[in-house]
Design a protein around this ligand. Structure first.
Ligand code: NCD
Ligand code: ZN
Length: 332
């Protein structure tokens, strides 16, 4: 059997949810990744030092070996003391959700100006700003492009602030991240490297491919792939694995989010292998993200073998990406 070795993968953008499902989602993620950045858009949101401590403890009790980097949901009400306490509680980043733009973001930012003082404090404290970069008022396919000006503004106004433009979906955003200073970086998901809008609505409607930001045109996907393969440390992996129960995706008001954790690493190996870029995968999945967040790279190595397997139709009550399809690589 053909095998390859990779550093134990990091995932710098994961949704674990809350309540009874949390433990099973966390267990699935921990089989694939050693270290994760946990998103705060739970119900209620992670928005205080206590919430961070409790959420981390809950994840730890489900999966003691999973290393978690915690985040809080940005709002305009935080004081400098709130931010300091959240940092002490283990937060490394705050997540900016424009109001209403994605799952559980109704309480997100509706007034850009109002969060600038909080972002200024985050800059002083060395807290990373992770942004869901979509402008809610724009036409759905233009939302990311329209948000670029805000990232440019933040980067110019807060030159020391570390900014992650999350889950890029357009060539325009890749170009912006390349153009902006070194402390503005981006995560890339596996589904945006694979899919275009055709995979959501081009044939029959595919609710399990529906996510925010929407995958876009083939040229956009190509730009994302080139960014991933470039070996530029500004681009690293964040799956945005976002499980929703099957019924919530298939109902009349389908939830946005792709459940990719169970298949993300095998798919990445396949994508990089097909492009003859396997040599770029270790940094993408186990290097550049850690460097950006200022944490040591994992020393542990993981081995993968090439042997067909079929992705289950359902994992933890949610339909995973590539459900029922054959993948070629798996962990050994
Ligand atoms: C995410 C979710 O379900 O929490 N959904 C998504 O479509 N990506 C939220 C997010 O990251 O936008
Ligand atoms: Zn997300």
């Amino acid at each position: 059997m053909q095998t390859i070795e990779l550093p134990l993968p990091d995932d710098f953008h994961v949704h674990l949810r809350q309540g009874p499902a949390l433990a099973s989602y966390a267990k699935t993620v921990s089989k694939e990744f050693g270290r994760i950045l946990v998103m705060p858009n739970t119900v209620p949101p992670i928005a205080s030092a206590k919430a961070i401590l409790d959420y981390r403890a809950e994840i730890k009790s489900a999966v003691p070996e999973l290393e978690t980097l915690m985040t809080f949901k940005l709002n305009s009400k935080y004081t400098a003391m709130d931010l300091e306490q959240m940092k002490l509680a283990g937060a490394v980043a705050g997540k900016y959700y424009p109001a209403g733009v994605t799952t559980n973001s109704e309480d997100g930012v509706s007034d850009f100006e109002s969060v600038l003082p909080v972002i200024s404090e985050m800059e002083k404290l060395g807290l990373v700003l992770c942004v869901h970069g979509e402008e809610p008022s724009a036409f759905c396919l233009d939302r990311e492009k329209e948000f670029i000006k805000r990232v440019e503004f933040l980067s110019a106004k807060f030159p020391k602030l570390k900014i992650v433009f999350e889950h890029l979906s357009t060539a325009a955003a890749v170009e912006a991240v390349l153009r902006l200073p070194q402390n503005v970086v981006a995560t890339l998901t596996v589904h945006h490297l694979l899919q275009t809008l055709d995979d959501v609505v081009g044939g029959s409607l595919s609710p399990h491919h529906f996510c925010k930001p929407l995958p876009k045109r083939p040229e956009d996907r190509e730009a994302l792939r080139q960014a991933a393969f470039s070996g530029n440390p500004k681009f690293f992996f964040g799956s945005d694995s976002a499980p929703h129960e099957k019924e919530k995706k298939e109902g009349p008001c389908g939830a946005a989010g792709v459940y990719s954790a169970p298949v993300a690493v095998p798919l990445l190996i396949e994508i990089f292998e097909r492009a003859y870029k396997l040599n770029k995968l270790p940094d993408f999945i186990g290097g550049f993200g850690a460097d950006f967040y200022g944490i040591p790279r994992h020393k542990e190595i993981r081995k993968y073998g090439k042997e067909d397997w079929i992705v289950p139709q359902i994992v933890n009550g949610a339909v995973p990406l590539f459900a029922g399809k054959t993948l070629h690589w798996h962990k050994i």
